[in-house]
Design a protein around this ligand. Structure first.
Ligand code: FMN
Length: 277
């Protein structure tokens, strides 16, 4: 049996059920967004649709449509056992409830061809090397830290850093309101950290800790993780609406190392995760 995990939006109360499928020997095919590894720590509790095909099962993060004849696997009265559905190609929709995203190349006219192209494009996107960071944000008394890999320097005069943040994220709200952020560069030895920052964190002000990780306030007031190798402390100068995400351009107002400069730092390729695509 092949289980296609197409979404990160697995409700926490169904976690064990999903893990049971995997434990039962299912092959987990990485197909979309954030992958199997994160199913263990789901970030949101959206409706999940389970569609059963003759030879595999798909878990999808959108509301069932009549054509798909799929089972809405959460919500009142939903059965715990998936039932068979009409045979449609796996993944004619993208995770999150949106249709496949074009443009499509000439000749990709059928749903199957579009789906194949969508998967191909995603795989190419995922080959792009990137770092993996914890983005700190603050608005007044509200603090957060969020796992992020879409970050890059975009100008050296002024010193501008760009981070792209999902609109539904709590961090997005903080960035719009507080207009400051820190980019925490993570030690490769600390890769487990990134799984702790995929949903709004628990802030312990007395202990000055985010999800148990000690922090101090940067020049801007945004949190700097004490165990980060280094940090860039930024004030937001511009925002660019990119559709699903907003690009925040921050001017670096402070930077520093917390650990030895030569420490190996975390990159996406050091994990089994992907994002976006
Ligand atoms: C490996 C990985 C990379 C991620 N990269 C980004 C990113 O670049 N931008 C983004 O908006 N979310 C990214 N996320 C998703 C956020 O961490 C996630 O949506 C989180 O729930 C947002 O947290 P918040 O609601 O606490 O702000 C990534 C997640 C993982 C696991």
């Amino acid at each position: 049996m092949i289980v296609c995990l197409r979404t990160v939006d697995v409700p926490a109360d169904r976690r064990d059920e999903y893990l049971a499928w995997i434990a039962a020997g299912a092959e987990v095919r990485k197909s979309h967004g954030i992958l199997a590894e994160l199913v263990c720590e789901p970030t949101r509790g959206d409706t999940v649709v389970v569609t059963v095909w003759p030879d595999h099962v798909t878990f999808d993060g959108w509301i069932a449509t009549p054509e798909r004849d799929a089972l809405t696997a959460s919500g009142a009265g939903a059965s715990r056992r998936p039932r068979r559905a009409s045979r449609l190609p796996c993944g004619t929709m993208a995770a999150g409830g949106t249709a496949l995203v074009g443009p499509f190349p000439a000749g990709a006219d059928s749903d199957e061809a579009k789906d194949a192209y969508d998967r191909l494009r995603r795989r190419v996107l995922w080959t792009m090397p990137s770092g993996l960071y914890v983005l700190g944000a603050r608005d007044g008394d509200r603090l957060n830290g969020m796992t992020l890999n879409w970050a890059t320097q975009v100008s050296d005069e002024p010193k501008l850093l760009a981070v792209s943040v999902e609109k539904p994220a709590f961090t997005h709200e903080l960035l719009l309101a507080g207009r400051v952020f820190t980019l925490n560069v993570i030690d490769r030895e600390d890769r487990a950290i990134v799984r702790k920052f995929t949903k709004p964190v628990e802030v312990d002000r007395a202990a000055r800790a985010l999800n148990g990780f000690p922090y101090r306030e940067g020049t801007t007031g945004a949190p700097i993780l004490v165990q980060a190798v280094g940090y860039l402390d930024c004030e937001v100068r511009q925002t660019v609406d990119c559709g699903s995400h907003t690009l925040f351009l921050g001017e670096i107002v402070d930077a520093g190392f917390n650990k030895a400069e030569e420490s190996a730092v975390l990159r996406m390729e050091d994990t089994r995760m992907n994002y976006g695509g």
